[in-house]
Design a protein around this ligand. Structure first.
Ligand SMILES: C[S@@+](CC[C@H](N)C(=O)[O-])C[C@H]1O[C@@H](n2cnc3c(N)ncnc32)[C@H](O)[C@@H]1O
Length: 231
C-alpha cells in the first residue's frame, strides 16, 4: 500500500487511513493490548481524570475506534458520544455509547455544544491537525476541557533508543503476524506527522484553548495534551 518513507498527504491520506482502519479493525484491540502491554488502558484513564469534568458531562470521543475511550468515560460517569470515519472500526466497537460515523475535521455538532473532548492516538492520522484543533475549539463550550493522547518520543536517550527499536522493528512484525503488514509498518512512520510538542501547544492556544499542558506518560512514550476552552 505504501512505499518506504512515503507518507501520504491531504485527501489521499484520509482515504488511505480510513481504508487501513477498516482493514485492521477486527484485530485492533488485541494488537493494541499486546503492543502496549495494556498500558494503553492506563493512559486513557489518566486522560479522563485529567478532564476533571462533572459527572453527567457530555464528552465527544473523536476517532473513537472500537470504543475504549467511550467505555472509560462511562466508567467515570460521563456521557460519551463516539465519532469515527471508519465503518469497520465502528462495526468492531464494543461499547454501549452512541456512535456516529463522521469526519473529526467536520463535526456534525453545533457550536459550543459539548463539555469535553477526548481523542486517542489519532492526531497523527488527521490530514490537517491545525483544522482539527480549530474544529474542536468550535464545538466545546467555554470552560470545557480537552484531553488528547498520542505517541511521543522519550527524552531519556536509552529509553528513546529502546522505544525506536521496539516501535520501529518489533511492532511491525507483531502486526504483520497477526494482522496487516502495511498498516503496522505505517504506524511507526506516521509519528513523523506529529509536530514538535511546543508547536502543538502553540497551535492549541491559537485555536482558543487556555491552561494548555503536555504531560509525558510512561517516560514519554505517550504524551497527553490537556486544555480548557477559553472563549
Ligand atoms: C489508532 S486508532 C485509535 C482508536 C481509539 N481512539 C483508541 O484510542 O484506541 C485511530 C482512529 O482514528 C480514526 N480516524 C482517523 N482520521 C479520522 C477522521 N478524520 N475522522 C474520524 N476518525 C478518524 C480511524 O478510523 C481510527 O479508528
Amino acid at each position: 500500500m505504501l512505499e518506504d518513507n512515503d507518507l501520504p498527504q491531504g485527501e489521499d491520506k484520509a482515504i488511505i487511513v480510513e481504508q487501513m482502519f477498516d482493514q485492521i479493525a477486527h484485530r485492533y484491540d488485541l494488537i493494541n493490548r499486546l503492543m502496549t502491554f495494556r498500558m494503553d488502558v492506563r493512559w486513557r484513564r489518566r486522560t479522563v481524570r485529567g478532564l476533571a469534568l462533572e459527572p453527567g458531562s457530555t464528552v465527544l470521543d473523536l476517532a473513537c475506534g472500537t470504543g475504549d475511550f467511550c467505555n472509560d468515560l462511562m466508567r467515570y460517569e460521563l456521557n460519551p458520544i463516539g465519532i469515527d470515519f471508519s465503518a469497520g472500526m465502528l462495526a468492531a466497537a464494543a461499547t454501549d455509547a452512541p456512535l456516529v460515523r463522521a469526519d473529526a475535521l467536520r463535526l456534525p455538532i453545533p457550536d459550543s455544544h459539548v463539555d469535553g473532548i477526548t481523542c486517542g492516538f489519532a492526531l497523527r492520522n488527521f490530514k490537517d491537525l491545525n483544522s482539527f484543533f480549530h474544529e474542536i475549539s468550535r464545538v466545546v463550550r467555554p470552560g470545557g476541557r480537552i484531553g488528547l493522547l498520542d505517541v511521543g518520543q522519550p527524552s531519556h536517550p536509552l529509553l528513546r533508543w529502546g522505544h525506536r527499536v521496539y516501535f520501529g522493528t518489533l511492532v511491525p512484525k507483531i502486526g504483520a503476524l497477526l494482522s496487516d503488514a502495511d498498516a503496522y509498518s505505517y504506524l511507526p512512520k506516521s509519528v513523523d506527522y506529529l509536530p514538535e510538542s511546543e508547536k502543538m501547544l502553540t497551535e492549541l492556544r491559537v485555536a482558543g484553548f487556555t491552561d494548555v499542558a503536555r504531560i509525558p506518560l510512561t517516560g514519554g512514550i505517550t504524551q497527553l495534551f490537556l486544555g480548557t476552552q477559553g472563549t
